[in-house]
Design a protein around this ligand. Structure first.
Ligand code: ZN
Length: 311
């Protein structure tokens, strides 16, 4: 079936509407550097695009399309081609950035060039335009060109009418970064968690740009309080998840935060904790813990005061 036929049925006629998580496999060609994109239909108006770096969410509004995150720079041409197919060449009106990381903002310039307005938390705009080191990735960030920066920023929660549904955006301070937002579509009952929820891997709280485990845990708790068992939750990467997956990450973080605080007060550092395999019971679900333990430990030192100091 030609791609255009699949997509017209997808958005205009609601194919497989009874199956909320139906996966549409699209015959696109990828390579090692630019793997093929995937599309997961979430509702008649919302699609999850995978393989573009971080997850990209497409909302098909009455008059225009909205994107949540823009993927990597390398995948921007393929992403826009797919969005044109899915949206039947409707214009892209708005792009939200959930946070500054390049796998979520790499396509900003390309989407901007289509005339879309970019909306993000003010801290995300500041990081995108800044020069700083990212120690846990052993790299440095150079200021992105003006074309990559948001046009509209905010400091607190808000709402935006997207045509057919009003999306809510929630800011969670000092979590994955200090500019994270999650977006909630209340009619569709879809929650886009951005960097606040990982998929089959340990989440990272990026201490270089204001993230730490205490804030990430609080963000997870706040999202849990607003989700229900029917909420479709979009993580940083991978297919759509459910509240139980968010609960599992929250509970793991809550447990390991306490374990790491105790070990730290006893004099253990991150290398000691990894050697002691403090994460062992979670590794089957969340994978290699090395980066998580090292970056969590680094962030805890930044937030010693918030934890009441160490003995
Ligand atoms: Zn991220």
């Amino acid at each position: 079936m030609p791609i255009s036929s699949i997509n017209r049925r997808f958005f205009l006629q609601g194919v497989a509407a009874s199956s909320c998580l139906a996966v549409l496999g699209l015959p696109m060609v990828g390579s090692a550097a630019t793997p093929a994109l995937s599309v997961q239909k979430i509702t008649d108006r919302i699609a999850l695009i995978g393989g573009a770096g971080g997850n990209v969410v497409l909302y098909n509004g009455d008059a225009a399309l909205t994107l949540v995150d823009s993927g990597s720079r390398e995948q921007a041409p393929a992403l826009l081609k797919l969005v044109d197919e899915l949206g039947v060449n409707k214009k892209i009106g708005t792009l939200f950035n959930t946070h500054w990381h390049e796998d979520h903002t790499g396509g900003n310039e390309a989407v901007h060039a289509r005339g879309a307005k970019i909306i993000a938390h003010e801290n995300t705009r500041l990081w995108l335009g800044a020069d700083f080191d990212v120690e846990w990735r052993n790299t440095s960030h150079k200021p992105r060109p003006k074309a990559a920066l948001p046009d509209q920023t905010f400091y607190v929660d808000g709402k935006q009418d997207l045509g057919g549904e009003t999306v809510e955006y929630w800011h969670f301070p000092q979590a994955h970064t200090d500019g994270d937002i999650a977006l909630y579509f209340p009619v569709s009952n879809v929650l886009v968690a951005g960097g606040l929820l990982s998929n089959k891997m340990y989440p990272i709280a990026d201490s270089a740009t204001g993230g730490w485990i205490g804030g990430l845990l609080a963000a997870n708790a706040a999202m849990l309080a607003r989700a229900n068992d029917n909420t479709v939750i979009i993580a940083e990467r991978g297919p759509a998840l459910k509240k139980a997956d968010l609960q599992a990450q929250h509970d793991m973080l809550a447990d390991l935060f306490e374990v790491m605080k105790t070990r730290e007060r006893e004099g253990s550092n991150d290398h000691d904790m990894l050697r002691e395999k403090i994460t062992a019971k979670y590794d089957t679900r969340f994978g290699n813990p090395d980066e998580f333990v090292k970056e969590t430990y680094r962030g805890m030192w930044v937030h010693t005061y918030d934890m009441g100091g160490f003995i």
